[in-house]
Design a protein around this ligand. Structure first.
Ligand code: ATP
Ligand code: MG
Length: 332
């Protein structure tokens, strides 16, 4: 029987979702939910790999990431949301796959390498076995659902590659069982942070959140990084090194060219430019914020969506486990 393409994607409950998620993945999810059978994971076990000392934070954010997704229009009638820690088959697969990947290969993974460097304070000189191995856990997520398409941001590409390697190794040793997934990148592969960092991230403190109030957005935009050489309003600006113009490209698309030209000619002051951006962001996020209010007031409903989805998802993971155990001669 031919197996249909299936989508698996997910988020770590390490904070509320930001505009990097919105342009980098959520808009895509809304579109793809009509085209493919889609599973969306709230990756609480993975979140613990670098938050093991802060379980409250992870628990608190489980429903938050779900609410963010419901607010942008991901429809629980179309997609299956599930909680990673309630699918024990993922943990089991992680153990099996950990034989198929070397320590040095994990250490060479560019995403893991960058993240370890960012987390020096937590890990000190030596990283935990769990964090180093999180790509293996992620390979288990993807393959547990027999997913072939994984919509992600650019930072995740090395992790998908790692998963593909694990699948190939598994199939070559135990026989053709798992399918190799492909990453699906959106047009906006990586959204930069307010501080100019290459990536806006929940754990990096440089994000505009979908749930930020109008006041919070105004405050953040007002302090966003702009061209440091521009002091007076009529100084010639360089929009290429300005975060305000960068976000205009996303939120004020139709006027973007004009905004840059005015900036270059010294015809637009930074304060006015920021005020215009605040308006554009609020125009886009206003309706999302409104919808979120409904879910904030109905946490029981949000939890029900997650629990129902998790029961449905577990059926698929159990099927995979049966096939994997058969292939590995563990079918007692
Ligand atoms: P953390 O800092 O805790 O890792 P995060 O902001 O990176 O949080 P994740 O939950 O790790 O968010 O990522 C969820 C998905 O969103 C992934 O597919 C990731 O590639 C994508 N994503 C995260 N940040 C960005 C960004 N700035 N631009 C585009 N996509 C992003
Ligand atoms: Mg991340």
């Amino acid at each position: 029987m031919e197996r249909k393409d299936r989508i698996l994607t997910g988020d770590r409950p390490t904070g509320k979702m930001h505009i990097g998620h919105y342009f980098g993945s959520l808009k895509n999810r809304v579109k793809l939910q009509d085209e493919y059978e889609t599973y969306i994971e709230v990756a609480d076990v993975q979140a613990l790999t670098d938050n093991f000392n802060n379980p409250e934070k992870v628990q608190r954010n489980v429903l938050e990431v779900l609410k963010d997704q419901l607010s942008v229009g991901i429809n629980p009638e179309k997609v299956t949301f599930f909680l990673q820690s309630m699918i024990p088959e993922i943990a089991e697969l992680t153990v099996f796959y950990s034989n198929l990947v070397t320590i040095s290969r994990l250490q060479r993974n560019p995403t893991v390498k960058t993240e370890i460097a960012q987390k020096k304070e937590l890990f000190g000189e030596s990283v935990t076995y769990g964090f180093l191995g999180y790509p293996v856990n992620q390979a288990a997520d993807i393959t547990a659902f027999d997913a072939t398409i994984v919509p992600v941001g650019e930072d995740q590409l090395p992790l998908i590659e790692q998963c593909r390697e694990i699948v190939r190794k598994f199939n070559s040793i135990y026989g053709e069982t798992l399918r190799e997934p492909k990453a699906y990148l959106s047009q906006n592969k990586r959204i930069k942070g307010l501080d100019g960092n290459e990536k806006m991230g929940k754990s990096l403190g440089n994000a505009i959140y979908l749930s930020d109030s109008e006041e919070e957005i105004a405050k953040k935009v007002m302090s966003a990084l702009t061209d440091p050489n521009r002091i007076r309003k009529d100084d010639f600006g360089n929009p290429d090194i300005c975060m305000v113009s960068y976000y205009h490209k996303l939120f004020t698309q139709s006027e973007y060219e004009n905004i840059c030209e005015e900036c270059r000619k010294g015809k637009r002051g930074c304060v006015d430019c920021k005020k215009q951006l605040i308006k554009s962001i609020n125009a886009e996020l206003g309706p999302i914020r409104e919808k979120r209010k409904y879910y904030d007031e109905n946490p029981k409903l949000v939890k029900e969506i997650l629990m129902e989805g998790t029961s449905k998802a577990r059926i698929i993971a159990k099927e995979t486990m049966k096939n994997v155990k058969e292939a590995m001669k563990l079918n007692y």
